[in-house]
Write a protein that binds this ligand. Sequence first.
Ligand code: PLP
Length: 292
Amino acid sequence: MVGAGRLRGVSDQRVVALLGVGVVPADTPILRADDLGALRGDGIFESMHVRSGRAWLLDEHLGRMAQSAARMDLALPARDRLVELAGQVLAHWPTDVEGALRLVCTRGLEDAGGAVTVFATASAVGEGLKQARRDGIAVVTASLGFPAELRRSAPWLLGGAKTLSYAVNMASQRWAQSVGADDVLWVSADGYGLEAPTSTLVWLDDSTLCTVPVNRTGILAGTTARWLLDHAESLGWTTAERMITPTGLTRTSGAWLTSSIRGVAAVRTLDGAEMPFSAEHTGRIRDLLGFA
Ligand code: PLP
């Protein structure tokens, strides 16, 4: 860990690094105004949790980023260059501060012959996210308007790719807040719960921890949910991938939204109705995932 200092790229717990350059002062302009990432949201990113100065599940995030790049025909730089970039940021991040590391790759300039723009940032985890881990969240459903399995046969919808085009995701969360909730569960036109704008749905059915199948639905393959299901045996649970409706969720033993930075947030209400909730289950999941 290097001490704070603007010249070394650290300012107010924010670190920025550019591929091929390294850490730069955090207020350095990185993108040109005509970068396609800025003009069209044409690019991909990953967000991962920084704990004890290390990026949790870095390998999994880099694997997903490579898949996103393949789906987007984007020339993502080699893995070792991205690892080096992440390491440059982490070397400047205080080991005792919980952080969010983002890796971003945009399509770059229209006439640049495929030369991408790649940078990384680190910032502190906000208090609101920590509170959601402790207290849970109110969730409302919102329709995406297409059937659950449409994205299987519609590659142009970029199912499973973590693109920079998050305007709809952010609008969904703003809408939730405007109706007094904290987050949204996106629902397909045929009535199945899919995922949330920045997190994965998991639920407990008796002693089976379930999540929504990625391949059938084109939702993002959540790294947190995958890791949780892969380790659920240590909590005495089996696992399954299933489809479920919002009404079905109210009949489970509890539901959670999982994601890299917020970790796990219990769904306390769904469309205003109380959800089954266990503080014990929530605490055990949070501990297993290693979130404070
Ligand atoms: N679904 C969407 C649409 C997301 O943006 C995210 C966050 O990255 C997730 C699910 C959860 O994925 P992860 O656990 O890898 O953060």
